[in-house]
Design a protein around this ligand. Structure first.
Ligand code: FES
Length: 103
């Protein structure tokens, strides 16, 4: 699957996270001091919308029960075995491109 445009840098200021929907799938797009990261938008706990969570440094906090995930690796902060899938990101001309797997 080629990289797909998810958003522009203007839509994702440092310290923010937004939800992007593609078909039936939700993704969480984060900006950690200018480093853009893409994760699945579905929390592995009970399916909370990670794209509606909050950033604290590089940790992404789920809005439902406040589990936190490393936005670079997807690992849960209290159990590394629990992981959110992460996806490659490229930024070109102010556009954020994400390589998501084929449906
Ligand atoms: S659904 Fe995300 S912490 Fe419970």
């Amino acid at each position: 699957m080629p990289f797909q445009k998810f958003a522009t840098l203007a839509e994702l200021p440092p310290g923010s996270v937004i939800e992007i929907l593609r078909g039936d799938d939700a993704y969480a797009l984060c900006n950690v001091n200018g480093d853009i990261r893409a994760l699945s938008g579905v929390c592995p706990h009970q399916g909370g919308p990670l794209g509606h969570g909050a950033m604290e440094g590089q940790l992404l906090t789920c809005p439902f029960h406040l589990w936190q995930f490393n936005s670079a690796t997807g690992a849960c902060d209290f159990n590394e075995a629990i992981r959110v899938p992460t996806y490659p990101v490229r930024v070109e001309n102010g556009e954020i491109l994400v390589d998501i797997p084929d449906a």
